[in-house]
Design a protein around this ligand. Structure first.
Ligand code: ISJ
Length: 409
């Protein structure tokens, strides 16, 4: 763990209003970027004032909360904007499996924010002057199987179906990985630009090499108010508007997908209920249409009963049945046995938190782990008792498309 690198006195954190930067991604210098962007609003950040490698284990969110409290308490703050995301902010991403290493928290040196026509700039200490070189293309992309070939993964899905039919569990989400290699190192800013343009309704994120555009908002925390967008149940887009509509209706009417969705919504409701004075869960899902797929979606709203921070809420929710399964413990056991890989931070919580405890966290889906000229892409699907392995494979391919297009341009 390192705190306030190179600073001997408590650093001054200053937030000032600035002119609308319009395109947040275009303001990122040549430095590892942090980002959370939705419909053009959000936060982009760079530099490192403090960083923590969060130790694995059941108490990791607690550890993170204590570390953040110490770091935020060790700053002097002059905040002329006072909105969620102003003042000191930390970005974070956690591994899917609590036993896996790799969870990280970073307090960037510079944060540029934009929401509802307002924009602000936060600096920690005296930040260095940054190089504004534009990103370059990584060149051609070659793909290789990750831990499982396509037929091996279909076999794993068939085995999961067998375990579900034996009555051990109702639902499990199985994922696979693909390894992409590019000619030159990947500039994450280029991926962010492409993702934010192609998927404005998703949350385009970047945190310490984990990059993606997730449609699934785990939780947004604004004062006492929280909201979550629960997704589960997926179909492809149609080739024509009529076919698109037909597919959407079939998804809505499909007992398999509705059951899959009910599992995910129940896990969110059960996790949030003990924290909330009010909680509204819709009776029926709606359709969320994205450029690559259509999902069943439920918007959940609540009011917290006490001063829980966004990270406390994340700790209570993860892993939801949208990425784990039902019941959770059995699903995690099946995932560990059948996937044949460590998910790393894929399907884990990713987002930001400020010193008031406000923040936005998504589930890190439609994402890749970037290291130099390599990207490890992930995609998964909810498996139910009547799942067809070939159909699940096709669904995973459609989900890979988000990061493939971001890499290929
Ligand atoms: C697991 C993923 O997506 C999740 C699984 C879904 C499903 O199986 O229908 C839908 C949305 C997400 O909750 C992924 O994109 O990798």
């Amino acid at each position: 763990m390192s705190v306030a690198l190179g600073m001997t006195r408590p650093p001054l954190v200053r937030t000032i209003p600035v002119h609308d930067p319009e395109d947040l991604v275009a303001r990122l210098p040549q430095a590892p970027p942090y980002a959370w962007i939705h419909q053009g609003d959000g936060l982009v950040a760079w530099g490192e004032a403090a960083r923590a490698t969060v130790p694995p284990g059941a108490g990791r969110f607690d550890w993170a909360r204590r570390w953040l409290a110490r770091v935020f308490a060790g700053t002097r703050v002059e905040d002329d904007v006072l909105v969620p995301g102003s003042g000191p902010v930390a970005f974070g991403s956690f591994t899917f499996d609590p036993a896996s290493a790799g969870s990280v928290l970073v307090v960037p040196r510079i944060v540029l924010g934009r929401r509802d026509g307002r924009a602000w700039l936060t600096t920690v200490g005296d930040p260095p002057i940054d190089l504004m070189a534009p990103p370059e293309s990584p060149g051609g992309v070659l793909y290789a199987d990750g831990s499982r070939t396509a037929p091996e993964w279909e076999h794993a899905v068939a085995r999961a179906v067998g375990e579900i039919r034996s009555g051990r569990l109702e639902k499990v989400v199985l994922a696979r990985d693909l390894v992409a290699t590019t000619e030159r190192d990947i500039d994450v800013r280029l991926l962010l630009d492409r993702l934010a343009r192609a998927y404005p309704e998703c949350y385009t994120f970047s945190c310490d090499g984990l990059v993606g555009a997730t449609p699934e908002l785990l939780v947004r925390h604004t004062g006492q108010a929280i909201e979550s967008l629960v997704l589960a149940g997926t179909t492809a887009r149609g080739a024509t508007p009529a076919e698109d509509k037909e597919r959407g209706q079939a998804l809505f009417d499909s007992p398999k997908n509705r059951h899959e969705h009910v599992c995910a919504v129940a896990s969110v409701r059960d996790a949030l209920a003990p924290l909330c004075a009010e909680l509204t869960v819709p009776d029926e899902p709606e359709l969320l249409t994205l450029p690559n797929v259509q999902h069943l979606a439920s918007r959940v709203h609540g009011r917290l009963s006490d001063g829980a921070s966004v990270l406390d809420v994340v700790a209570a929710m993860h892993p939801t049945a949208a990425v784990g399964g039902t019941p959770t413990a059995v699903a995690l056991d099946v995932i560990r046995r059948l996937e044949g890989m460590d998910r790393g931070r894929y399907a884990g919580p990713v987002g930001w938190i400020d010193a008031r405890g406000d923040g936005e966290w998504g589930i890190a889906l439609r994402s890749a782990e970037i290291t130099g000229p390599t990207a490890r892409l992930f995609a998964g699907c909810g498996i139910m008792r009547d799942s067809d392995p070939a159909a699940e494979l096709a669904e995973a391919q459609a989900k890979f498309r988000v990061m493939r297009q971001a890499l290929e341009g």
